[in-house]
Design a protein around this ligand. Structure first.
Ligand code: ARG
Ligand code: ZN
Length: 898
């Protein structure tokens, strides 16, 4: 029985590898029921190693070793030792030698989906972070970079497509209906970027000519019959290639760039050199199968993996503690791409929402960690919202502080210095510092400190001197992370952050006022970047003829919680007049949060239904907001975002003290219904006005109109009468695209009614053969507020449409229930917690990475009342007490129970 958190490894213990591997020659033969892997590694003693006589210790996991040869000589017993997950070579080793191992592996039984595994009718790989050791014995760490060749053999009829990294250099037939193909990657790479595929696949091909004239073959491989769903991914790839040339001067460096889609995949996608492997979710799309959001996500993930070719592959990570070096930077790059391709304001708002829904809770819970953690037990648990999303915010802050041009120079310098190397976050920051001349020493605290800082800002206007004074204070209390370090007796240095606070000041008429700081001779602009470096700072603005309303943290310039005592009038003013799209949206969210918090208190006191907590002007502000979409220059997509009340998850995070999920749910629903009733006419008018007659396109303008129209629909659905039901039913019946179809289905699914049951049944009957659409069918049910949701989710676990071995299905049914349906997950009787615990245990035996992601649902258990806490603790203890628990899940529940 396991009782505590598994052994951690520490960044401070990093040492260079004892050997380097120059070349890797792999021969992988897919046989019936197993695969045989021969690996020849040209090794060299590493002059930089700490111990010049260290023996060679290779990683391996679930491998059956058949033989070992040293420079061709078979090694006997006594010359090597096999122990748990390691192969140690004790034979005398020259400074350079070739080690050849032959191993067999069982890809058909590989339910972890790490290493080489079978999915449906083919074989695929996932090697990041430590999957290569599940293919062959290796120094499986990113600072060992080698040149790879691979020869793949398989049955020709079953697996006609054989792919590897780099360039195809040979192929042919073999006896018994088999064939082979050889691939050679001209670039050195770490083992986590290795990939191979043997499958039956259809292929879409296109060409991209780089700015220097290299003709790149682009190919998207998908399950047979799905070629009509690859066009969007291909277009996204070509747009990404062009964008990286235009914005960063970075060119594709290979002749082949392949994307392979696979239905069983733990994460989103993987940037293997020249051979990306993608979750089908981020490749396949057709107007009738994918929503506008799906199309956008495909753009972003295709771009993300492509951008990794430079930020990740050409320059990689020295060790896994540096994961944010490639992930934070690459997310930042895909965000910038998204802002250029779609609406910049809406894109930014959606990112902030993700950050608040996923990263802020993480940073406030037991798994809190800085973007570069100092320790971990299982690295797969650190592919986190913090490393990715907050990591991108940190890069964005550098971009804001030094400016776009200096940032580009910094990138150029980073590549000039480190192309072909495995480096650290310091190396990146040093390039940015050297290129810009800005001292980033203090800024580096973002890499070492966990937690979301709070920025307390207070403003005071003095009419006599015409001065407006802003006082800024930062607070950064220790998180679970620092407390753990302290308990381990490890020093925790904490100090003020360096961050950009982008601001403007609005006059009563909504005009942006010129900003002149005390001591300056003239106003520089109407927007400024204030550099915050101290615990407390003061900024005095001169020559202001009236009391301004400050517009703070424009564009969400830093990942902080802002505390400013805005009045409801200020917020309504900002919401209507601020020139910054994010701040307009933010003012509305802030206003709604203030109102909803009062509503929560009212519901707890038994007076929620009176709606006395909704201020008089709120409905008018929302009416004006809706109307603004139709005014000249109006932006329907932005209005759609602003009409959406903060989610229950965001409200849970915003709660100080004990969370009452029922009162939060009740208040939010009451406010939605109130708006729906009061604005019934305007919502209906907008809905009809926004009808789109043009053929479907996922591009921003049309998608924005659709988003607003469907936001109206979701309010109309709250008026639970025959008329609104008819409207929903009509949209569901006549929709010619998945966005509209899902919007209607999701509205119908909120009510336990015959109309819901009929719609769900018809939807499944129509789409039962499209796996990704079946996922939507599961998720629309697992995220429903209908009273029978808990029972339905339990029942769906046994439905033929569900498959616990498929991560997408698990995420749609179980993870969405736990993460996005707080009312039911936190059911007072503990049924949601029990469901999660059962699922975690069942999954852990199959796929620990996926099980650990479900286990994260308990992160915030201590925020709830004592009754819920004891039920959550029971569920966690039950999981922790299971024997043979994976390191992945043990780390999560261990930390949750600390
Ligand atoms: N590097 C991939 C990406 O962000 C993520 C792969 C992570 N996979 C894993 N099993 N940890 O694009
Ligand atoms: Zn990535």
């Amino acid at each position: 029985m396991r009782t505590d958190t598994p052994q951690a490894i520490y960044l401070k213990d990093y040492t260079p590898p004892a050997f380097q591997i120059e070349t890797v020659d792999l021969d992988i033969s897919i046989e019936a029921g197993f695969a045989c892997v021969t690996a020849s590694l040209a090794c060299q003693r590493n002059p930089a190693a700490a111990d010049p006589s260290a023996s060679l210790v290779l990683n391996g996991e679930d491998l059956k070793l058949e033989s070992v040869r040293l420079d061709g000589r078979p090694l006997g017993q006594g010359e090597y030792v096999l122990c748990a997950d390691q192969l140690m070579i004790h034979a005398e080793l020259p400074d350079s030698f070739t080690l050849t191992t032959v191993s067999t592996i069982n890809p058909d039984g590989n339910t972890q989906l790490s290493g080489l595994y079978r999915s449906k009718d083919g074989y695929f790989t996932q090697c990041e972070a430590e999957g290569f050791r599940r293919i062959t014995w290796f120094l499986d760490r990113p600072d060992v970079m080698a040149k790879y060749t691979v020869t793949i053999h398989a049955d020709k009829a079953q697996f006609p497509v054989l792919l590897g990294n780099g360039n195809p250099v040979g192929a042919g037939d073999e006896e018994g209906g088999r064939h082979w193909a050889k691939w050679e990657d001209p670039f050195r790479k770490p083992s986590y970027l290795f990939a191979m595929v043997a499958a039956k696949l259809d292929m879409l091909e296109d060409w991209f000519v780089t700015k220097s004239g290299r003709k790149v073959r682009c190919a998207v491989y998908v399950e047979p019959g799905k070629l009509d769903q690859c066009g969007h991914a291909m277009a996204a790839l070509k747009k990404s290639m062009k964008w990286d040339e235009d914005v960063f001067g970075l060119e594709m460096d290979l002749d082949h760039y392949m994307i392979v889609a696979v239905g069983d995949f733990n994460m989103g996608a993987m940037e293997n050199k020249g051979l990306n492997i993608f979750n089908t979710k981020y490749v396949l799309a057709r107007p009738d199968t994918a929503t506008d959001i799906d199309f956008q996500n495909i753009d972003r993930v295709v771009a993300h993996e492509y951008f990794h070719n430079w930020t990740g592959n050409r320059v990689t990570c020295r060790d896994w503690f540096q994961l944010s070096l490639k992930e934070g930077l690459t997310v930042f790059r895909d965000q910038q791409f998204g802002m250029d391709m779609h609406s910049a304001g809406v894109t930014r708002i959606q990112e902030v929402r993700t950050l608040r829904t996923a990263q802020f809770p993480e940073d406030a819970g037991p798994m809190a960690h800085p973007i570069r953690p100092a320790s971990y037990a299982e690295i797969n648990n650190f592919y986190s919202a913090t490393v990715y999303e907050k990591g991108a915010e940190v890069i964005r802050m550098i971009h804001t502080l030094i400016g776009k041009d200096a940032f580009r120079k910094g990138m150029d310098l980073y590549f000039a210095r480190h192309d072909g190397q495995a480096v650290t976050c310091e190396d990146f920051v040093a390039a940015m510092q050297d290129a810009s001349g800005l001292d980033l020493t203090q800024f580096k605290r973002w890499y070492n400190q966990a937690g979301t800082p709070k920025l307390l800002v207070r403003g005071a206007y003095d009419a006599a001197t015409k001065r407006f004074t802003l006082d800024v204070e930062q607070q950064y209390p220790a998180t679970a992370y620092e407390k753990r370090l302290e308990a381990e007796g490890r020093a925790v240095a904490r100090g003020a952050y360096h961050l950009p606070l982008v601001i403007g000041l609005l006059g009563a008429d909504g005009r942006e006022l010129p900003l002149r700081l005390a001591g300056e001779s003239a106003a520089a602009d109407t927007q400024r970047v204030l550099s915050i470096t101290e615990d407390r700072q003061q900024f005095v603005f001169e020559d202001l003829a009236e009391a301004p309303v400050p517009s703070l943290l424009r564009g969400f310039s830093a990942p902080v919680v802002l505390d400013y005592p805005y009045s409801q009038a200020d917020l309504t003013h900002l919401m209507a007049r601020d020139s910054d799209a994010f701040c307009r949206w933010e003012a509305g969210q802030r206003l709604a949060t203030d109102i909803l918090m009062a509503g929560v208190a009212a519901f707890q006191a038994g007076s929620g239904d009176t709606l006395a907590w909704v201020p008089a002007g709120y409905v008018d502000a929302m009416r004006a907001l809706l109307g603004s979409a139709f005014a000249p220059g109006g932006d329907p997509a932005l209005v759609a975002e602003a009409l959406m009340l903060p989610s229950e998850v965001v409200l849970i995070e915003a709660t100080e003290g004990t969370v009452d999920p029922d009162a939060i749910h009740a208040a939010r629903l009451a406010l939605r219904r109130h708006l729906a009733n009061e604005l019934k006419g305007p919502f209906a008018a907008a809905y009809h006005e926004l009808k789109i007659d043009a053929p479907y396109s996922p591009e921003a303008t049309q998608a924005g109109a659709r988003a607003l129209r469907n936001a109206c629909l979701s309010y109309i659905a709250e008026v639970d009468d025959a008329e609104s039901l008819a409207l929903l039913q009509n949209q569901f019946d006549s929709a010619n695209n998945m966005t509209d179809s899902m919007a209607a289905l999701s509205a119908l699914a909120q009510f336990a009614s015959p109309a819901r049951d009929a719609a769900l049944e018809r939807f499944l009957a129509k789409w039962k053969d499209e796996a990704l659409v079946v996922d939507k069918w599961l998720q629309v049910q697992s995220t429903s507020r209908a009273p029978d949701t808990g029972a339905r989710v339990r029942a769906l676990l046994d439905h033929p449409a569900f498959d616990i071995r498929n991560p997408n299905k698990v995420y749609a049914l179980i993870r969405a229930f736990c993460a996005a349906n707080p009312k039911h997950f936190h059911a007072a009787d503990g049924s949601g917690y029990a469901l999660a615990a059962d699922a975690i245990l069942q999954l852990d035996a199959l796929n620990p990475q996926v099980a650990a992601r479900i286990a994260r649902s308990f992160d915030r258990w201590r925020k709830f009342d004592t009754q819920r806490q004891s039920l959550a603790r029971m569920a966690l203890v039950r999981v922790q007490g299971h024997d043979k628990l994976s390191r992945d899940v043990a780390e999560i529940v261990g930390k949750a129970l600390e």
